[in-house]
Design a protein around this ligand. Structure first.
Ligand code: BEZ
Length: 304
C-alpha cells in the first residue's frame, strides 16, 4: 500500500463520487477506480458499498478514511520538518491574528529576536482558520489565534484567556457609566463584529457569548476586519467587543470600557505542527511564559 492509495481513497471518500474525486486529483476516472480496487484487494476488505450513489463507506471504509487522513497529514508534517532541519539559512514564519499585534506580540518577538539574531523571521496576518492550513502547507511555523478548533495535524496550546472589553464612540452615553458594563446594556447598541470571512471567526466567538447569556444584540453589523470595526466605532456606527489588549490602539474617537461578565474572554492559542519540537518553538514558548510571569499575567504552563 502506498501513500498514493491513501490520497486517492481520501479524495473519493471526501467527494462521495468518482468523477469529482478524479477531477480533484487531476487524473482520469478509470485509473482511479483501478487504484481503489487494488487497495481493496490488497486489504482484503470492501471499503465502499457497491452500487451506492452517492458513495457510502462501509464500517471498514470509515475507519480507513479517518486513519488515512491522519497518515497523510503526518506525511506533510514530516516533509516540512525534514526540510527545516536540513536548511542552513533558517527561516521562521509567524502567523497571527491582528488583535495580538496590539498586545504582547511585539514584545515577545523583540525578546525572541534577541536570542536568534541570525534567524530570518517573517510575519503573516492570518485568521485562526487560515493559520491551520498555513501550518499544514509549511507556510508558517507557529500561529497565534483565538479559535479552539480540532485538527489532528495541529498541536494547540491555550496560552491564556484574555478578557474582552467594549469599544465605544467617544461621548457615548455608556462611557459615563462608572462600573463595568453588562452584556444587556451593550446589546442595546448596534454591534460591529469581525472578521466577516472566513467563518468560524472571532465574530462567532463574540456572538456565542451573547447566545450563552440568552441576550440578543439589537442589531449585528459584520465587517471585514478589526481596524474597520474600530474605525466605524469611532464614526459612531456602533460598538464592538474586542480583546483587552486593543487598549494599546489609542484613538481620540474611541473609548474602552470593561465588561462585567466572566464568560467574556477570548483564548490566545499557540498552534504548531503536531510533530514539531524545534528549539525555536520551545524557546518562543519560554519567552511567552517569562513575559507573563514578569507582568503577573495568570496562565497555565504547557511544554511542547
Ligand atoms: C498575549 O497577549 O498573551 C500574546 C500575544 C501574542 C502572542 C502570544 C501571546
Amino acid at each position: 500500500m502506498e501513500l498514493r492509495h491513501l490520497r486517492y481513497f481520501v479524495a473519493v471518500a471526501d467527494e462521495k463520487n468518482f468523477t469529482r474525486a478524479a477531477a480533484r486529483l487531476n487524473i482520469a476516472q478509470p485509473p482511479l477506480s483501478r487504484q481503489i480496487q487494488q487497495l481493496e484487494d490488497e486489504l482484503g476488505v470492501v471499503l465502499i458499498e457497491k452500487g451506492s450513489r452517492p458513495l457510502r463507506l462501509t464500517e471498514a471504509g470509515k475507519f480507513f478514511h479517518a486513519h488515512a487522513q491522519e497518515l497523510l497529514d503526518k506525511a506533510v508534517d514530516l516533509k516540512a520538518m525534514t526540510q527545516r532541519v536540513g536548511k542552513l539559512d533558517r527561516k521562521f514564519a509567524i502567523g497571527f491574528v491582528a488583535s495580538t499585534l496590539y498586545g504582547l506580540l511585539p514584545e515577545i518577538v523583540r525578546r525572541f529576536r534577541g536570542r536568534y539574531q541570525t534567524l530570518d523571521i517573517s510575519f503573516h496576518e492570518l485568521t485562526t482558520v487560515e493559520q491551520l492550513q498555513a501550518l499544514k502547507d509549511g507556510r508558517i511555523d507557529v500561529g497565534f489565534g483565538r479559535l479552539k478548533s480540532e485538527d489532528p495535524a495541529i498541536r494547540r496550546i491555550v496560552l491564556r484567556e484574555e478578557p474582552l472589553i467594549v469599544a465605544l464612540p467617544v461621548g457615548h452615553r455608556l462611557t459615563a457609566v462608572e462600573r463595568p458594563l453588562t452584556l444587556s446594556e451593550v446589546a442595546q447598541e448596534p454591534l460591529l463584529v469581525y472578521p466577516r470571512q472566513p467563518r468560524p471567526s472571532f465574530a462567532d466567538q463574540v456572538l456565542a457569548i451573547f447566545r450563552d447569556r440568552m441576550v440578543a444584540p439589537h442589531k449585528v453589523i459584520e465587517v471585514r476586519e478589526l481596524q474597520i470595526a474600530i474605525g466605524l466605532v469611532g464614526a459612531g456606527q456602533g460598538i464592538a467587543i474586542v480583546p483587552k489588549s486593543l487598549q494599546g490602539m489609542v484613538r481620540t474617537d474611541v473609548v474602552y470600557r470593561a465588561l462585567d461578565d466572566r464568560l467574556a474572554v477570548s483564548p490566545i492559542i499557540f498552534s504548531v505542527r503536531q510533530m514539531d519540537r524545534s528549539p525555536e518553538l520551545v524557546n518562543m514558548l519560554d519567552v511567552i511564559y517569562e513575559i507573563y510571569d514578569e507582568m503577573g499575567i495568570a496562565h497555565d504552563k504547557h511544554t511542547l
